[in-house]
Ligand binder design. Structure first.
Ligand code: TIU
Length: 233
């Protein structure tokens, strides 16, 4: 829902209808961060599926993430894409991560999309519909959070970004971890709730409920259409 023109404040902040209360979006200080929309999480034969998961919820959000990208591109705002992946020699993949659980294939093993979650392999690439374009920032990250062992904080500081709009997968793992890392670093975090997915829909809902509880203790959640409407007020 777009808000009335009169609701805009003098500082350039535009209220976006959100949970638990409106988010004051300031496009001059905001960036979009699309978390891990990689073939390994979204396509058959990738890491997500080898962990035993149903990938259809992650596939379903691709058109909505595309709309967000289109809106942020049209508004000429900073766009960041992240990719969870490791070096071919696995030097940045702790055994504690690689040996977790009983997947059919482990990180670094050869699968239908190349070596699982290895930088440079087809599975570690972003899905074709959401491919980054020239000028967009792409961060390769070895952890679930995008701030751990990356330059993300410095990149955001250099651009005077103070607000982050989140999309991507999975809501309760890499999206939630990164939102919590960002919140602790002083960024205001808004999750595009229809542009994020989990292999477990009830985990997505729980993550959103937890993060927006207690007066937006980690951040806010809003629909993509309401976020993009703020650019046209
Ligand atoms: N397994 C799962 O839900 N997620 C991940 O391993 N990585 C991300 O969330 N990107």
């Amino acid at each position: 829902m777009s808000m009335p023109q009169a609701a805009r404040t003098d500082t350039g902040q535009r209220p976006v209808q959100a949970t638990p209360f409106p988010f004051l979006l300031d496009p001059s200080s905001a960036a979009l961060i699309v978390i891990d929309m990689q073939r390994d999480f979204v396509e058959a034969g990738g890491f997500g599926e080898t962990l035993g998961n149903d990938i259809t919820p992650c596939q379903a959000i691709v058109p909505i993430v595309r709309q967000l990208l289109k809106g942020f591109r049209a508004a000429k705002l900073t766009i960041i894409h992240t990719r969870e992946c490791h070096q071919p020699d696995l030097s940045d993949c702790p055994p504690a991560k690689r040996n977790r659980g009983t997947p059919s294939l482990r990180i670094g093993d050869h699968g239908p999309l190349g070596r699982i979650l290895i930088d440079g392999e087809p599975g570690a690439e972003i899905v074709p519909d959401l491919e980054p374009i020239a000028g967009e920032i792409v961060i390769a990250k070895p952890g679930k959070g995008a701030f751990y062992a990356t330059d993300l904080q410095q990149i955001l500081q250099q651009r005077a970004i103070t607000q982050l709009v989140f999309a991507g997968v999975t809501t309760e793992v890499c999206v939630q971890t990164t939102m919590r890392e960002a919140n602790d670093r002083g960024f205001e975090c808004l999750l595009a709730q229809d542009a994020t997915a989990s292999y477990f829909p009830h985990f997505k809902q729980s993550a959103i409920t937890m993060m927006t509880a207690q007066g937006a203790i980690v951040g806010w959640a809003a629909d993509t259409a309401d976020i993009l409407a703020a650019f046209h007020e």
